[in-house]
Design a protein around this ligand. Structure first.
Ligand code: 2AM
Ligand code: CA
Length: 258
């Protein structure tokens, strides 16, 4: 598929995502909240309805297999696969009513080639196509300026600070830390230069497949917490940061034992 075809496909996918977002902003009365096994892992009927709407409409325009958090599985990552999180930041959706996103990536042989992250409440559509840069509502995002570890805001959570004492040191020496509760939007904060780094111990393919492309298209670096490459097909940790902060964080976390 030519880049132009991919651009047209992702424009159509963006329309589908915006349309499905109205289920979240104006949910039908019969959708009720239920809980998964963990009390913090809320899933609403809205997640499922958004996923259903997007899956149905994507099948009409580009019927690739779809991996979705709320009930769509795939046999393999061979060829092209849609990867969807219908609501990333479900707890925010339920509790704070902001900072949640729809994340949709097109992944080819395990590598994201196009991605959309829609910040629903802010009405901001972040888009990236591999090699073509990243955009927000159509405007090109600038490449990131170099940032150093001690000169950035770090997005991370108490779980990470408890598990990684050296991350706590990094945060103490940094400008401070933030936590928004949507991994996709937290990656976007880094991609837009508002935060210098995002560190999370446990993200799933649907949380980050689209946002990673936005990050790499603006020149951010992305890896696992031990500095090894991040393969979006597998769950695991993520360190996303501007250069050279990324190397400096990994250096402190893994290589610098003193
Ligand atoms: P979700 O809202 O789609 O569940 C919150 O820490 C961020 O990490 C959210 O983006 C959340 O996605 C994601 N996440 C994925 N798996 C998680 C897990 N097992 N525990 C906590 N957060 C998880
Ligand atoms: Ca989700």
């Amino acid at each position: 598929m030519m880049t132009r075809d991919l651009t047209n496909l992702m424009a159509a996918a963006a329309d589908i995502v915006r349309d499905a977002a109205t289920i979240a902003t104006e949910p039908p009365k019969d959708l009720t909240i239920s809980t998964k096994a963990h009390r913090n892992d809320l899933v609403t009927a809205v997640d499922k309805a958004v996923e259903e709407r997007i899956a149905t409409r994507l099948a009409e325009i580009a019927p690739y297999p779809l991996l979705g958090e709320e009930g769509h599985d795939i046999d393999s990552f061979a060829g092209r696969v849609w990867v969807l999180d219908p609501i990333d930041g479900t707890l925010n959706y339920v509790e704070t009513h902001r900072d949640y996103a729809i994340s949709l990536a097109l992944v080819e042989d395990g590598v994201p080639i196009a991605g959309l992250v829609y910040d629903v409440v802010a009405s901001r559509m972040y888009e990236a196509i591999r090699g073509e840069g990243a955009r927000v509502n159509g405007s090109l995002l600038p490449r990131l300026e170099p940032r150093h570890r001690d000169d950035i805001v770090v997005i991370t959570d108490i779980k990470e600070l408890d598990a990684l004492p050296r991350l706590r040191e990094i945060v103490t020496l940094s400008r401070g830390h933030r936590r928004y509760g949507s991994a996709a939007l937290e990656c976007i904060e880094v991609a837009c230069g508002r935060a210098g780094a995002f560190v999370h111990l446990w993200v799933a393919p649907w949380d980050i497949a689209a946002a990673i492309l936005v990050l790499t298209e603006v020149g951010a670096r992305v890896s696992r917490i031990d500095g090894t490459p991040l393969d979006v097909r597998y769950k695991g940790s993520i360190v996303a940061a501007a250069d050279p902060a990324h190397d400096e964080i990994i250096e402190r976390l893994v290589r610098d034992a003193t």
